[in-house]
Design a protein around this ligand. Structure first.
Ligand code: ADP
Length: 236
């Protein structure tokens, strides 16, 4: 179980997250939806230990993650909003390099890369240099990087940004595969997509979780309706 408890954060005295709490069970895909400026990227940066919260805690299987950040980081896969990739490398050499940096043994690197590549369907671009790829393709490479080591916790910021329509259609299948080994937290604003494959949608407004919409078992239309109502601040 991944548990986020009472997180708060300010940028130079301006509070942008307040009392954010939620849990993600293994196998769950939790989406965090919210308008621009709601605090989604900041929240994921805190979960990824890029930023330190003013207060609040994060637990993995009951253990205080921020008290042991090195161990926690080994369990994380993180796809930031603007991934920094090495443009001179090919997709294959980049992913092999990343697996090595993440501590994978030489003889297992190929297997790691081929599993990630298969999940996110980038096999036909392995020999391409990264620099000329489209933004959406670069995001897929970043996604492959995030899932390389089968992380226990997978954090995907603005997950669907830049993906073309066929990749967007496939994204739910990618996540279902990944959820077999990860607790997944996704951010963005693509409510219809989230409703198709999330187990739960959290609505973040002005740094607070203003609503939680349980999506597992509910119809997609109903989930979209309830999430949009929450985003508009309509009482449910
Ligand atoms: P979202 O991802 O939902 O668009 P962000 O987490 O990027 O929201 O931003 C939340 C708020 O924090 C916004 O008001 C934004 O302007 C502000 N913010 C984001 N990054 C910084 C920063 N580095 N310094 C100061 N304010 C920031």
């Amino acid at each position: 179980m991944y548990e986020v408890r009472n997180l708060a954060f300010s940028y130079r005295g301006r509070q942008v997250l307040r009392d954010v709490s939620f849990v993600v069970s293994p196998g769950e895909i939790v989406s965090v939806a919210g308008s621009n400026g709601a605090g989604k990227t900041t929240l994921l940066k805190i979960l990824a230990t890029v930023l330190e919260p003013d207060s609040g805690r994060i637990f993995v299987e009951g253990a205080d993650a921020l008290a042991r950040p090195v161990k926690y980081r080994r369990q994380l896969g993180y796809m930031p909003e603007n991934p920094a990739l090495y443009g001179d490398m090919t997709v294959k050499s980049y992913l092999e390099y990343r697996a090595a940096l993440k501590g994978e043994k030489d003889k297992r690197i190929r297997r790691r890369v081929s599993e990630a590549v298969e999940i996110c369907q980038i096999g036909d671009m392995l020999k391409s240099r990264i620099a000329p790829l489209s933004f959406g393709m670069k995001r897929r490479v970043s996604f492959a990087d995030a899932i390389l080591m089968r992380p226990k916790i997978l954090l995907l910021d603005d997950f669907l940004a830049g993906l073309d329509s066929s990749a967007r259609e496939s994204a739910g299948a990618w996540l279902s595969t990944v959820a077999a080994f990860s607790s997944v937290v996704v951010t963005g604003h693509e409510i219809e997509d989230f409703a198709r494959w999330s187990t739960r949608i959290l609505v973040l407004s002005q740094g607070e979780v203003s609503a939680t919409v349980e999506a597992a078992g509910a119809s997609g239309d109903e989930v979209v309706r309830r999430t949009l109502a929450a985003l508009k601040g309509v009482n449910q």
